[in-house]
Design a protein around this ligand. Structure first.
Ligand code: G3H
Length: 489
């Protein structure tokens, strides 16, 4: 059991004596599938939230504080010290990823290692920005020495599905660019941040990293209402992002770095390599049980190949192994959100009532916190699964005859993150790609959707994102260009 008794504010690990919340895992340590108690976490109040805000504001001190004015080499040294200490926590954090959110062992290890790589890559990218800022450019007789400066105090809120990696894709670039941070971990995946508190404390000056625990409404609301937050960095859903940003009295001057929901489609054309399309769609729809913003959430398959595709795809879904995250070859695991299986069941029932069928034998089998992925066909616009982001193991297949059908749906959608396109004929693909890049931000040719490699821009149109992440883009998102102009070199 991990009883977290401290939180980090103003460089101090403060002891918490007030209310606590129990953290349960939906992974079962016994055969009766009872939730397992993993530990407890402080439930801080508005008072501690505002202390964290004061600490971060003092560290920024209107741009004159220690952190925003620190020399680049010294800021890098803090980050390097942190990452070295973080590396010693691999085993503990990987174990917590499996228990807290049910991520399988290889993916949990990948999440940790990818985060370490991300930190090193960010340090290198930051060094490049620094080298570039030493150069002058001349336009219309004016020399300019262009640099990048910090924006201010950042409130950072991460998601449960990548509580370490995606949260750190906000936290790390925000920090290295000179912005102090108030960080509230996600509700699920909260314990796994605990092993890092001392590393934060040892590596960064007072007030630069503040880690607070508790309910978003209790903590984030007063922090935003203070008007002292300069950047809201959040990965989650647009509804909560809107609610949180609306608390800011000057929300028009708030910088937003938001990664939000998506309903990424796959489009399988008549000449697609079906074996490849099926394998990529399996990975795209069901990695981490479909709980990824980049997951494929609707499959459009041309009517000429849909029967063949459905048969092969459904058989492969049924062959996926379910188990605890540490079991070998396990692809499907219990869902960490207790309300997710009944929600998925509701979507299935709605589609069945409106004429869809479950194609795979095991589809929809429910036991406690696990629901076996269901392949629904044929799905149409009248069904909830067509419109809602399921964020779980449910796969709607929509047959199409004319390519304008999926394109029209994508244009009408509130989301615009990525698409997967399966086909061979370059004369068909080429103009289609030109159309698709204006509907989403990444077209994956004959491959499933994903965020990485992390050097590529990760963003979306409409309600899918605001601002861009990636090793390089995130540094831009968390900074502003400033320059010194002179008529002399
Ligand atoms: O949940 C959204 C993540 O950005 C997905 O990342 O494509 O690397 O799994 P991923």
């Amino acid at each position: 059991l991990l009883h977290q008794k401290t939180y980090l504010v103003s460089g101090e690990l403060k002891q918490w004596e007030g209310d606590i919340a129990e953290v349960y895992s939906t992974i079962s340590s016994t055969e009766d599938y009872k939730p397992t108690l993993l530990g407890t976490i402080p439930q801080l109040t508005e008072k501690e939230a505002l202390e964290a805000l004061d600490a971060a504001s003092a560290a920024y001190d209107k741009g004159q504080g220690l952190w925003p004015t620190m020399k680049v080499v010294d800021r890098i040294a803090c980050m390097e010290k942190f990452v070295e200490q973080m590396k010693t926590k691999r085993e503990e954090i990987v174990k917590l990823l499996m228990w807290e959110i049910g991520k399988n062992l290889p993916d949990s290890q990948k999440e940790f290692d990818r985060t370490i790589d991300y930190i090193y890559d960010t340090i290198e990218a930051y060094k490049q920005i620094d080298r570039d800022s030493a150069k002058f450019e001349k336009n219309q007789g004016v020399y300019a020495h262009i640099r990048r400066g910090p924006l201010g105090v950042v409130l950072c809120l991460g998601p449960y599905n990548y509580p370490l990696n995606e949260t750190f894709t906000l936290l790390i670039p925000a920090l290295i660019m000179g912005n102090p941070v108030i960080f509230k971990p996600a509700k699920l995946g909260v314990l796994l941040i605990s092993p890092l508190l001392e590393a934060f404390q040892n590596s960064f000056p007072k007030g630069v990293v503040n880690v607070i625990y508790g309910r978003g409404r209790v903590l984030a609301t007063p922090i935003m209402q203070s008007g002292k937050i300069d950047v809201l960095a959040l990965i989650g859903n647009s509804k909560s992002a809107n609610a949180i940003q609306n608390n800011h009295p000057k929300k028009n001057r708030l910088r937003l770095v938001l990664g939000l929901e998506a309903k990424n489609p796959a489009i399988v054309l008549p000449d697609a390599d079906l074996d490849l399309a099926v394998d990529e769609c399996i990975a795209g729809t069901l990695s981490f049980n479909g709980q990824r913003c980049t997951a494929l959430k609707v499959l459009y398959v041309h009517e000429s190949v849909v029967d063949d595709f459905n048969k092969r795809y459904s058989a492969k879904v049924d062959a996926l192994k379910f188990g605890n995250p540490w079991d070998s070859d396990v692809k499907l695991t219990p869902l960490p959100e207790v309300n997710k299986p009944p929600y998925i069941k509701e979507l299935i029932d709605d589609a069945l009532e409106k004429g869809a069928k479950i194609l795979n034998d095991k589809g929809g089998e429910l036991s406690e916190n696990f629901i076996f992925p269901a392949v629904l066909y044929p799905v149409d616009k009248s069904m909830r699964i067509f419109n809602e982001e399921q964020f779980g193991p449910l796969i709607p297949i929509v047959p199409f005859t004319d390519i304008e059908e999926p394109l029209d749906d994508m244009a009408a959608s509130n989301y615009g993150q990525q698409v997967s396109l399966f086909g061979k004929d370059i004369n068909t693909l080429s103009p289609l790609i030109d159309t698709l890049v204006n509907l989403v931000c990444r077209v994956n040719l004959n491959s499933s959707c994903q965020r990485g490699p992390d050097v590529y821009p990760f963003t979306g149109r409409k309600d899918s994102a605001f601002s861009t992440l990636s090793v390089h883009d995130a540094l831009r998102s968390f900074s502003i260009r400033t320059f010194v102009a002179s008529k002399d070199n």
